[in-house]
Design a protein around this ligand. Structure first.
Ligand code: PRP
Ligand code: URA
Length: 207
């Protein structure tokens, strides 16, 4: 699985442990998902191609390296991918944003896309944000839609994955996965254990 990267970062793990606490209030669940989104993004984009931009500095007029932020499209999977998107946008201020809303059926665990609003993805670097990869069904749906729009590159930022989920999604060899933790159990209701519970409900106070 050379397209899967497990990010062993102390600040990420510290935020994740806070989220694991079932009593952490929703505003702080969102805040720490945003922090983790930022850390995963920094890791994923640490070796991007830079271009030169002329800058009037305090003393001189010179060229300095910049990213072409317009080439990046962040795609949060609603609902739970939204706080990670916020974190990414704090870094890539001029990135574009597209939306995919995907919901798992609680009984069949099958994921359905119920809203889609994506900008032109052709030749863009698309960054998917979704905290949980459980069965992998939702992420696979998202990747299939995004791939059909011919992007240059797809990166998926995920906080916790199950082993089963990673195995399934990593079959997309041209997608890079940046993951904060792998938890041991995917229970018979499709929840990751210990995990963080239902990420969307935890974020938006709908338990
Ligand atoms: C959660 C999570 C993922 C999905 C993962 O979304 O945010 O998108 O489950 O499960 P899977 O790998 O088995 O598909 P959910 O369907 O609960 O929607 P929500 O974010 O609106 O709560
Ligand atoms: N979706 C979640 O939000 N949490 C899980 O544990 C599994 C799927």
């Amino acid at each position: 699985m050379e397209n899967v990267f497990f990010i062993d970062n102390s600040i990420l793990q510290n935020s994740l442990t806070k989220i694991r606490d079932k009593n952490l209030k929703p505003s702080l669940v969102r805040k720490h998902l945003s922090v983790i989104g930022k850390i995963l993004l920094i890791e994923a984009l640490k070796n991007e191609t830079l271009e030169l931009k002329q800058v009037e500095t305090w003393f001189t007029m010179d060229n300095f390296p910049v990213m072409n932020e317009d080439d990046y499209v962040i795609v949060p999977i609603l609902r739970a991918g939204l706080p990670m998107m916020e974190g990414c946008l704090e870094i890539l201020e001029d990135a574009k944003v597209g939306f995919l809303a995907i919901k798992r059926d609680e009984e069949t665990l099958e994921s359905k896309v119920y809203y889609e609003r994506l900008p032109d993805l052709k030749d863009k670097t698309v960054i998917i944000t979704d905290p949980m990869v459980a069965t992998g069904g939702s992420l696979i749906k998202a990747i299939e839609i995004i791939k059909s729009r011919n992007p240059k590159k797809i990166i998926s930022l995920n906080v916790i994955a199950s082993k089963e989920g990673i195995k399934k999604v990593s079959k997309f060899k041209d997608v890079l996965f940046y993951i904060g933790a792998v938890d041991p159990i995917l229970n018979d209701k499709g929840y990751i254990v210990p995990g963080i519970g239902d990420a969307g409900d935890r974020c938006f106070n709908t338990l």
